[in-house]
Design a binder for this molecule. Structure first.
Ligand code: ADP
Ligand code: ZN
Length: 286
C-alpha cells in the first residue's frame, strides 16, 4: 500500500511516495514555477506510483474553512500566479485519488507530533523561522483550525527599548515575522543570516523576540512542547538564548517543568513536512 505526500513550498515542491511505515519508496524535488508547469511535473512523478491517497502541506495562506466554496484554494499570496489557485481541486482532478490539504506548518507539526520531537506528549506547537514565520498547533492528534488556519507568525511583540528597526513584513512591518525571519535579519544587518558570526549581538535580539512570541503562544495555548525549526534555527546557539529569555519573560507565571525539553529542535531532519503530509493522507483513507 503506497501513499503520496507533497510538501508544497514557495520555492520547491518535495514529492514523496511512502509505505505505511513512512519508508520512502521514491522522492523528487520540483522547483515551484507557474501552477500548471509545477503540477505537470507532479503528475509526471506520481503516474509511475499506484498511490491510494495524497496528503499536501502547502504554503499559504490557503482557505481551510471546510464550509467555504473555495476550500483548498491558495489565497492572498505574494506569488501572484498562485493567488486564487484551487490547489486541492486541481490535485484531486489530475492525480485522481482522495487528497487532504493543510498548511506546511500544520503538516510539519503533525509529523513531529506523531513521529518526532512531540511523540511523547498530547499537544504541541511547531514553528518555522525561515523565509517567513509560521506555526501550527496539534492537540490529541488533531491539527487546530478555526475559521481557517491560524497565522501565528504575524503576532505583535513588544519592541525592545531603542530598537529602531522597522521590520520587514509587508503587511505589519514589525510583527514577529517582520522581526526574526531570515529576510528580516538580512534587512536589519545587511548580511545573510548564515554569514553572521555566532557572537554577533543581533542573535540576542532575535532570541529575545522569538522568546516574546513563545511566551504569548504559551499563555494562549499551553502546549506541552514547542518545536522550533526553519533555516534561521540552523543557528543552534539560538536555542539556549531563547530558553533563557523565555524564562525571564514568562517569570514563572505558568510552571514549565523543564524548559530544555519544552523548547526544542525538530527531530525529523527537515522531513517533518513531508512525513506530516503523508500522515494527513493516511487520515483520509481512514
Ligand atoms: P523556507 O522558509 O523558504 O521554507 P528555510 O526554512 O530554509 O526555507 O529558510 C530560509 C531562510 O533561512 C532564508 O532567509 C535564509 O537566509 C535563512 N537561513 C538559512 N540558513 C541559515 C543559517 N545557517 N543561519 C541563519 N539563517 C539561515
Ligand atoms: Zn506580518
Amino acid at each position: 500500500m503506497l501513499i503520496g505526500a507533497i510538501e508544497a513550498g514557495g520555492t520547491k515542491f518535495v514529492c514523496s511516495v511512502m509505505d505505511e511505515f513512512n519508508e520512502t519508496k521514491d522522492r523528487c524535488v520540483i522547483q515551484t514555477q507557474k501552477p500548471e508547469d509545477t503540477l505537470a511535473e507532479v503528475v509526471d512523478f506520481f503516474k509511475d506510483h499506484p498511490i491510494e491517497s495524497l496528503g499536501v502541506g502547502a504554503f499559504g495562506p490557503i482557505d481551510l474553512n471546510v464550509k467555504s466554496d473555495t476550500y483548498g484554494t491558495i489565497k492572498n499570496t505574494p506569488k501572484k500566479e498562485w493567488k486564487d489557485f484551487p490547489l486541492l481541486d486541481e490535485l484531486k482532478r489530475i492525480i485522481g485519488v482522495p487528497v487532504a490539504v493543510d498548511t506546511d506548518v500544520n503538516a510539519a507539526c503533525l509529523g513531529e507530533f506523531r513521529f518526532g520531537a512531540a511523540e511523547d506528549v498530547d499537544s504541541a506547537m511547531y514553528i518555522t523561522i525561515g523565509t517567513g514565520v509560521g506555526a501550527g498547533f496539534v492537540k490529541d492528534d488533531e491539527v487546530f483550525k478555526g475559521v481557517t488556519h491560524p497565522e501565528m507568525g504575524h503576532i505583535k511583540v513588544k519592541k525592545m527599548d531603542g530598537d529602531t528597526f522597522r521590520g520587514s513584513c509587508p503587511y505589519h512591518e514589525d510583527c514577529i515575522e517582520g522581526l526574526v525571519s531570515g529576510p528580516a535579519i538580512e534587512k536589519r544587518t545587511g548580511i545573510k543570516g548564515a554569514d553572521i558570526s555566532v557572537d554577533d549581538p543581533v542573535w540576542e535580539t532575535v532570541a529575545h523576540y522569538i522568546a516574546e512570541a513563545l511566551v504569548n503562544y504559551t499563555l494562549v495555548l499551553c502546549p506541552e512542547r514547542i518545536i522550533i525549526g526553519g533555516g534561521v534555527m540552523k543557528q543552534a546557539h539560538l536555542y539556549p538564548l531563547i530558553r533563557t529569555e523565555f524564562k525571564k519573560i514568562l517569570n514563572d507565571y505558568i510552571e514549565i517543568d523543564d524548559v530544555e525539553t519544552y523548547i526544542t529542535a525538530p527531530l525529523l531532519n527537515d522531513d517533518q513536512g513531508v512525513i506530516g503530509a503523508a500522515a494527513l493522507s493516511k487520515d483520509i483513507r481512514g
